[in-house]
Design a protein around this ligand. Sequence first.
Ligand code: FIX
Ligand code: ZN
Length: 431
Amino acid sequence: MEAKAFEQSEPGGESHPRYALTAEQIHSAVKDVLATSQFIDMHTHLYSPAFGKIGLWGIDELLTYHYLEAEFFRYSAMTPEQYWSLSKAAQAEAIWQALFVDNSPVSEATRGVVAVLTAFGLPTDASGLTEARTFFRSQAVEEHIPKVLAMAGITSVVMTNDPLDAEEQLVWMKGIEPHPQFQAVLRLDRLLREWSEPWAMLAGQGYAVDNQLAGKSMAEIRRFLTDWCKRMAPVYMAISLPDSFQFPEDTVAGKILREAVLPSCREFNLPLSTMIGVRRQVNPRLRLGGDGVGRADLRALENLCLNYPDNRFLVSVLSRENQHELCVYARKFNNLMPFGCWWFLNNPSVVEEITRERIEMLGTSFIPQHSDARVLEQVIYKWRNTRHTLTPILTETYRSLARDGGKVTRQGIQRDVHRLFCSNFTEWTGR
Ligand code: FIX
Ligand code: ZN
C-alpha cells in the first residue's frame, strides 16, 4: 500500500503543480519551494529609511550585535567596562580579532557574519575590516535596503516602534510616509514598567496621568494608545515579559494591561504580541547582551486567552521548557498564534525540535519564524538558515504523509509554506 500515493502520478510530469510527488521528488520540491517563496518577517528591530540613524546596518553594526558581544567576553580578557569605553569601530575590530581571526567562527551568530560577507563577495578571512568597510560605505541606504530584503527573500519587515523612545518619537511626530516594505508595531514595554518612569513620559507628551494611576489616568492611557495607533497604523501591539509574568495581577502593569491595552487592541482590532520568558539584566555589565532566560508559568497565558476571547494573542516563549505547553495551549485556544523561535532558541538544533513539535501538534497553524534582526544584513543569514533548517523537517513531514497514503503535490507544499510564512500572519493581523 505504501506505493499508493506515488501511483497517482499524472501525465505532465513532476513540474505539474498537482502531480503526486515521489519520496525523492518531495525533497527537491520542498527545497525549491522554500528557496523561492517570499516571506514576511513579522518581528524585527529594523527601521525604514525615514528613521535615519536609528536603523542599523553595515559591518561595524553586524560585529557589535549583542549576540556577538556576549560571545566576545568568553574569549577576550577585556572587561566589559574597557570594551564600552572603546569607539564602535574599535569594538568591531576587537570582536573581529577575537571571534573571527583568533578562533573559528562556528557559533550561529558568528557564522551569520561569515554568510553575510560571502553574500556580498567580501573576504571572510581578512586580517582587518578595510575591504568590508569600504564596501558598506559605498552603499546608498535607500537602495541597499530593498536589495538586502530581496537577497533574504522577504517582502516586508515588521519593525518594533517605541512611542516612549525620545529619538523615535521625534521621527513619528514629524510625520512619515508609510513605507511599502516596513510595517509598524506599537511596543509597550516602557509603558508597563515601574509606573514612575512612564508616568513622567506620558505627562511629558501632554497626557493628564496621575503618579498614583488615579483619577482619569486610565482614560488618558487609552487616549495615548489611540493617538499612537492613529499615528503609527501598527499591525499589532507588543510587550516582552519576564519569566515571572503573572496575569491577572494586582500591579500597575497588570491594571494597565487589563484596562487599557486589551480594550485598545479590541477597539483597533489588533493582536497583542507577548514574548514571555526574558530575565532582563542577569548580567548588567553586558548591557543588551546581559539578558537571560527563565521558565515562565504559562497559566498567565491561559488566563489571557480564556478570559479575553475577543483578543488575539501572538505568542513566543523564550524558554525551551515552555514550548510544549505553548503548543497545548494553542490547541485549546484559537485566539492564540504561536510564533518564532526567539533569541537563544534561534539555533538549528533547537529550531528543529520546536518546529517538528509544532507541526505534529498544530499542523500548519502557526508562524515558524521571525528574524529578530537588529542589523539590516542579518536578515540574509537568518532567513537562509531558516530555509535550510526547515527543508529536512518539511521533507520528512510530507514523506510521512505520502507513506500514510496522502497525495503530496508541489501546489500543496506551496500553499502550506505560504500559510506558514505569510498568510497566518496577514490573516491574524487583518492586513
Ligand atoms: O524584546 C525583544 O524584542 C528581544 O528580541 C530583544 O530585546 C533582544 O535583545 C533581542 O535582540 C533578541 O533577539
Ligand atoms: Zn525582538
